[in-house]
Design a protein around this ligand. Sequence first.
Ligand code: ACO
Length: 325
Amino acid sequence: MKRVGIIGLGEYLPKKVLTNADLEKMVDTSDEWITTRTGIKERRIAAKNEATSDLAIKAAKEALLDAKLAAIDLELIIVATITPDMFTPSVACYVQHGIGAKNAAAFDVSAACAGFVYALSVASQFISRGTYKNILVIGAEKLSAFTDWEDRNTCVLFGDGAAAAVLSEVEAGGILSTYLGSDGTRADLLNIPGGGSRHPATTQTLEDRLHYLKMEGNEVFKLAVTTMAEAAYMAIKKAGLEPKDIDLVIPHQANVRIIMAMAKKLNFPQEKIYLNIERYGNMSSASTITALCEAVKEGRVKKGDTVLLDAFGAGLVWGAVVIEW
Ligand code: ACO
């Protein structure tokens, strides 16, 4: 088995910033409520003419530059998203064309907020077995297109963005373990009910606002804390490590209270937790990879450090990955 590591990172966040003060003018909410309940201060919103693949392509180009690879060197592109440009074709195919990756296969992974962790785990199998040499893995979302801007329970939470990682064989370190899980019995807690084969688009589904993301936040909150702690623990154990051996925890950025409660369960000190939720909100599949990208840019991850990615989302699904940098 070959060692698999991340050799390049890139991100793209849309220019438009939507602050809590802006949201106060749209729904019955307050900066104080959003900040204390979630930790979010602002989020990015893609332009009308920007689709998920447009965000993904920009992040992909930056990651390829960082990896010092050309698009033709890629053999596979995986995009994690729950907000594709359209049901078919995949966002990955638009990226393949957009960056000119003529030699790459391409597909999407749908695992909500755990999407990037799922995609990374899948990609690492192809490289560790020697099937492919270079894979581009992207987390990209335009959640603003599926957010009900009249529902204060959800519209304050989400944002748009994309980030990408190039995976290759490495000589030392790399991915030490991956752990994935799911529980479809709780699919009702968080979904976009309309527009699929269960409720195909009709004027009625539009009137009922079924094409927007629905969430029972409180129930999801409780499950997220215990499940993220369990997933983190399982991945750390699989890597032959203890929680104290982790240098930086990169959690899914859904709610700062979820993150801190999870950290408490595993005795992670606050300084080992990376947060950027304040600036971007919850970007689902794009959250963990954007956080990793920024942590590396800010010098929070040094060579030899052990990093934990830990995520939980709609499905329900969860996953954690331990990487030696
Ligand atoms: N502004 C003001 N008040 C609000 C707002 C708002 N934006 N939203 C809800 N409230 C009110 C509610 O109506 C409720 O009022 P009531 O007591 O009069 O009924 C009160 O605030 C408390 O509501 P709760 O839902 O209990 O608030 P909670 O503390 O649980 O916070 C939140 C809500 C932020 C959604 C939280 O539950 C959460 O973060 N959940 C998890 C989200 C998550 O992790 N999702 C998974 C990933 S997403 C994905 O996979 C796509």
